[in-house]
Design a protein around this ligand. Structure first.
Ligand SMILES: *Cc1c(COP(=O)(O)O)cnc(C)c1O
Length: 372
């Protein structure tokens, strides 16, 4: 029987934490407090400590973290409906969906062919008189940040909303954490993320007390705190205390989990040597490898070959947001790099719970035998 290399097995990811997770769950059950309360407050304190911001606000998902942050800025008068938000063309759909469902207009900017993140040399060209914000997405766990995006945002007075869904624990060479670089950092704890809950969960980090207060209101229908009185048209997007308790168990091991991913990535970096395949370029920052993504023009052939050798792979993502059926308004944009990446990317197994360094070495050897 040929060996099998699974992409991801969430049971295995959580097995080392199972006893602590069950204890934490029992703690919530016994507390009698099933909305808000100390689990959510302690989680918020721990996340803001990890990221290095003054505040963190737990919400129901990563999508809501993004959407409610943008809505909060509208409520605070810092954005107006119809304003434009610059987004990367190469991102997960939810980044862009958050912008349009908040009543704002996403304007895509093409990807850098080497980092797959937003090409910061193209930002100026996307500016219009309606541009009010920019959303760097730290895709695959690689910080999407440089002096160009920082200077661009401050020179034009733009709000910066970071999509940190894939990059908890990622940081710049100077030590600053993703989620503390812009005006707000939006996290997802979807079960497959580097730190995953056992269901849906999200959070926003910020130094801005006004934004944090507005988010606390919007996640609770728009209530100002006085029971049954509402100041804003909010949402029901409270972070479930059971999920807060689950995340708290795992948050303490963020660095450990990311180090495991980085070790597998370093093995792929060192061992994959096939001229048909391009590896991600290591950059100066701390990349946390939510995905390890290689590219090849023979993507489908490579995936079929790898599967025949027992190696499961995935594609993140096969169709960019501006090419989705739900976005006819974005169809006029041509984003050649993002469109090419959608046809060429392959994600290799990277979860340290499912893939050992020896497995990574074997997978690299299998890739090196790929021919067309
Ligand atoms: C997962 C993800 C989201 C959405 O998070 P959910 O918790 O699934 O709503 C947003 N942006 C990116 C880049 C993601 O990977």
């Amino acid at each position: 029987m040929a060996k099998h290399y699974p992409f991801l097995d969430l049971g295995k990811v959580n097995a080392p934490y199972a006893v602590a997770l069950k204890d934490a769950c029992a703690r919530v059950i016994d507390s009698g407090r099933y909305i808000g309360g100390t689990e959510v407050e302690e989680f918020e304190r721990e996340l803001s400590g990890l990221v290095g911001t003054r505040h963190a606000v737990g919400v129901a998902s990563g999508l809501d973290a993004l959407r409610l942050t943008l809505s909060a800025w509208i409520e605070l008068g810092r954005l107006s409906p119809g304003d434009e938000v610059i987004v990367p063309a190469n991102t997960y759909f939810a980044s862009v969906l958050a912008v349009s469902t908040a009543g704002l207009r996403p304007v895509p900017v093409d990807a850098d062919a080497s980092t797959h993140n937003i090409d910061t040399s193209l930002l100026e060209r996307a500016m219009t008189p309606r541009t009010r914000a920019v959303m760097p997405v730290h895709l695959y766990g690689r910080p999407a940040w440089d002096s160009r995006i920082a200077d661009f945002a401050s020179a034009n007075g733009l709000l910066v909303i970071e999509d940190v869904a894939q990059a908890i624990g990622a940081s710049l060479a100077d030590g600053r954490c993703c989620g503390a670089l812009g005006d707000a950092g939006c996290f997802s704890f979807y079960p497959t993320k580097n730190v995953g809950a056992l269901g849906d969960a999200g959070a926003v980090t910020t130094d801005d007390a006004e934004l944090a207060d507005m988010l606390r209101s919007l996640r609770n229908y728009g209530s100002g705190g006085k029971a049954y009185y509402f100041d804003h048209l909010g949402a029901n997007s409270r972070l479930d205390p059971i999920q807060a308790a689950m995340i708290r168990v795992k948050l303490a091991y963020t660095g450990h989990e990311n180090d495991g991913r980085r070790e597998i990535a370093a093995t792929y970096d060192a061992e994959i040597a096939n001229p048909l395949v391009l590896k991600p370029e290591p950059g100066p920052d701390r990349h946390v490898y939510h995905q390890y993504v290689i590219t090849t023009p023979w993507r489908d052939e490579l995936r079929g070959y790898l599967l025949s050798r027992g190696v499961e792979t995935l594609v993140h993502y096969p169709c960019p947001p501006h090419r989705q059926n739900c976005y006819p308004d974005l169809a006029r944009y041509s984003m050649p790099v993002a469109e090419r990446l959608a046809n060429e990317v392959v994600s290799l197994p990277i979860s340290p719970a499912c893939t050992s360094v020896d497995d990574a070495r074997e997978i690299a050897a299998i890739i090196n035998e790929f021919r067309i």
